[in-house]
Design a protein around this ligand. Sequence first.
Ligand code: GDP
Length: 586
Amino acid sequence: MTTIEIEDMITVGAFADKLALPVGKVITELMKNGVMATVNERIDFDTAQIITGELGLEVELVRKAAESVVLTRPKADINDPNAVTRPPVVAVMGHVDHGKTSLLDAIKGSDVVKGEAGGITQHISAYYIEHDGRAITFLDTPGHEAFAALREHGAQLTDVVIIVVAADDGIKPQTLEAIRFARKAGVKIVVAITKMDKPEANVDRIKQQLAEQELLPEDWGGDTVILPVSAKAGTGIKELLDMVLLVADVEDLRAVANVPASGLIIESHMEQGRGPVAKALITKGTLKAGDVVVAGGTVGKIRNLEGTDGKSLKQATPSMPVVLTGLKQLPEFGDSFQVVPTEKEGRALASLAAFGRQSGAGHMNISSNELIRLINRSNQLQELNVIVKTDVQGSLTSVIDSLKTLDNEEVAVRIVGSGVGPINENDIHMAATSHAIIYGFHTLLPASIRQMTARDKVSVRLFQVIYELIDDAKQELTKLLVPEVIETPHGRMIVRGIFKTTKTEVICGGEVTKGKLTVPSLAKVMRDKEELAEVEVTNLKRGPQDAKEVLEGEMCGLSFTSKSRVDIQGGDVLELFTRELKDRSL
Ligand code: GDP
């Protein structure tokens, strides 16, 4: 039995790759099990396990721990009735000197290569172009480092990879790597044969090499789209973009736009006078200037929202790359971002995200998945889906009316089905597809139907007393409430000396001017009443001895860690506090 490690969610293409099976076989098996997924769509671990079993493979799947907060494009978007068509996100990859940058410049219609001194950055840059009145987003991965980074974080962002092969040079190691990447990510491939203006250009030789990589050209009976282009002569560019849009149309790319935005940070840097500047790609929702955003371990209200051309935007929608300022600290490449309702909530979530990444963070160590779930939940009305069945019409109306009284602006009961009579097969199907609880009042659950509830994991609850039924629904709604974030201040220290500063750690000394300091705790670094950063206090010392707490009036040493460098100075104040999440009640 072989062991294969997979993430919580994996694209069908990547899963087939891991199993060394043709994608078609996996898709067919999924269909047999009622899952309609294309090569780019993601399936969860449990589904993957079922399919492996159904295929009778001698393979054991183990879950790979999520490494960082990376948003996957939710499959639900595709079926969500609110999802709208979004522009494709395209990465251009290939061997060095094969004309990637020149091709991108030709596409952008400007000569940016010359301005880009050195050109090699660790980051992915992105821009937005219009072709025939339709938008296309390009991700640029200039250096090899960035290429690896994109592989790690950006696979979910990319819909199409344009693989660039120079007509006078042919397939090279990085070309092969790009092909492997695209296949692994389950991304559509379009091949651009560049430098066609060169006399030594030899398209047939390259088609032969591509065919050897199982990229059989269309004109040879395969399904690989191959386009000859020349960035220098400007030929083939229009056809290439037409083809990218065609591929996008076939893929039917969609995302929900009418919700608060989320996405991925693809670049960040400090800028004089503007502070932290982040480039982000929106995967879902609409981002507006003034929105409060959590990005990895930091938070802020968006001061300027700009397109990648530097022009100010009022709002931005899925697949758009944007530049934003206003974050308190630099987020990291690959951090996910989310719009949150308030800055306070954002701060709580940001620090949880930061701590979630550090091992051994104790009670603060909330997993990234949990965090994303929390943020998503705090953004929108949470609904409890229920199906109500009763003995007579009169009681049906009163149960539904009573359930409706539980609604408030955060949580609500949504009646997805109702009727008079015993609980039947149809109710179970409906409950399974809409994740609803079935409430039965003075009604029956026949034995044959009871068996179905176990198979379909449907919860049926029968009641004879109406207020017990309502109480049960109330408890279910309470579980949907986003927990309250409670911050308790407990002490203040004024910094008198700084002993050591690194990018992520500071050791300083000072005097406790209020309350008491304890460890572990969080602290706000304040200067002139303005918060510079939020940090985690890791150690306290009274003289040379480690101390658990230090009281008002005493001198002490203190170490803290932070996600990015904190420029601490004498006279700054550390306000120590703890933060907890508390379950709420209705
Ligand atoms: P990258 O490393 O893949 O980004 O490649 P560049 O775009 O920097 O191009 C590498 C070299 O090939 C440069 O000297 C370009 O001027 C040249 N080049 C790129 N595209 C073309 C083309 O279409 N025709 C010709 N003749 N030269 C090209």
